[in-house]
Design a protein around this ligand. Structure first.
Ligand code: MG
Length: 380
């Protein structure tokens, strides 16, 4: 039975992780959030962690008062996140924070040989080589939580020779703007972009799904996790979100993982792996499924996907620049400060202006990330 430090417990993945944890009787060592004091207090009272972290210091002070009648310790800031990631009581760190803020805690947890249940894709996108190298060096496991990567991971079980793997096929719902032209995209608002057809998620990832940047980030994430070349990954638009991804082997056999679109399934597998336990997500009724279809993505309309696949082919910090610029641009779009198509345009400009250097150290990655954000803010 695992003991879990859950980083990002009040977001969509965090809340669904606590569903899985409650249903399977696992324990919680630490919970962290940015500033959702009400929910964090409620979660702390239900799960009795040793440590609760609010990244925001003012929110942490408020939470400390509220939890004064309990034994729960309250911390804040990056220091708090690092402590949550390295608590001796936890054997597993589920990283469900959004964005680059997850990188340092992930590296710290790997050095303590924790299992990482990885739901923070930005970590592998920005510092994939550094993270994978650290995991290898310390003998720590990284088990993906992202539904596509979990599907690939499940399909790869039992395949021991890397040479057997020919191709990864990443499925993509196509997002709310599937089939639209660039002219149509120009008019879409924040509210339109926040309507995802099949998955319920946080705001940042939902916008990434509308621009298809999410699939671009997942493409890079898959390259790092499974150590494959960009030519070995195909993206297939699959509107029904039933097939979560596929692996093609050398003999042309293709394995797929299917299930209802419910993140609790990949979360559960990342926590129980290599075992499988009673499902928290509903079962898939094959006789009540829509017909399954697969199409090629429209790379010209969805500029962000094209940019991500371009950055994936470059060594160094290009992917960190892509991600940092995207985080900044999506933040601006969510504040109604830029239009939908400007997200891609700003990311493209940042990739042109920020020089591409090596990504061997945490500092180099953080520097590139900061430069990319600055480039975006300077452009508007
Ligand atoms: Mg995904």
């Amino acid at each position: 039975m695992r003991t879990i430090s859950l980083l990002g417990s009040t977001g969509s993945i965090g809340r669904q992780s606590l569903d899985v944890i409650a249903a399977s009787g696992m324990s919680v060592a630490a919970l962290t959030a940015n500033r959702s004091v009400d929910l964090l207090e409620q979660q702390a009272r239900q799960f009795h962690p040793k440590l609760v972290v609010c990244y925001d210091p003012a929110a942490a002070a408020e939470l400390k008062l509220r939890l004064a009648d309990t034994n729960v310790r309250v911390a804040s800031g990056m220091e708090g996140l690092l402590e949550a990631a390295t608590l001796p009581e936890a054997d597993t760190v589920l990283t469900a924070v959004v964005g680059m803020v997850g990188l340092r805690p992930t590296l710290a947890a790997l050095r303590e040989k924790k299992r990482i249940a990885l739901a923070n894709k930005e970590t592998l996108v920005c510092a994939g080589e550094l993270v994978m190298r650290t995991a290898k060096e310390y003998g720590a496991e990284i088990i993906p939580v992202d539904s596509e990567h979990s599907a690939l991971f499940q399909c790869l079980q039992g395949s021991h020779d890397h040479g057997e793997l020919k191709r990864l096929i990443l499925t993509c719902s196509g997002g709310p703007f599937f089939g639209k032209s660039r002219e149509e995209l120009a008019h879409y608002t924040r509210a339109d972009a926040l309507k995802h057809p099949t998955w319920k998620m946080g705001a940042k990832i939902t916008i990434d799904c509308a621009t298809l940047m999410n699939k671009g980030l997942e493409f890079i994430e898959a390259m790092r996790l499974y150590q494959v070349a960009p030519e070995q990954i195909t993206i297939a638009i699959h509107r029904q979100s039933i097939v979560h991804s596929l692996v093609e082997f050398r003999d042309n056999a293709i394995l797929a993982q299917l299930g209802v679109p419910d993140m609790r399934l990949p979360i559960q597998y990342a926590l129980t792996y290599p075992a499988r336990t009673e499902g928290v997500a509903k079962e898939l009724d094959l006789f009540d499924c829509p017909p399954l279809s697969f199409q090629k993505p429209d790379m010209e309309t969805f500029q962000c996907l094209k940019l991500a696949l371009g950055a994936a082919r470059k060594p160094g910090v290009a992917c960190a620049v892509l991600n940092g610029a995207n985080e900044a641009a999506v933040g601006l779009f969510l504040q109604d400060k830029i239009k939908f198509l400007e997200i891609g345009e700003l990311v493209a400009r940042a990739l042109e202006t920020v020089p591409n250097g090596p990504a061997d150290t945490l500092e180099q990655v953080l520097e590139a990330d900061a430069a990319a954000r600055e480039a975006v803010y300077a452009l508007i």
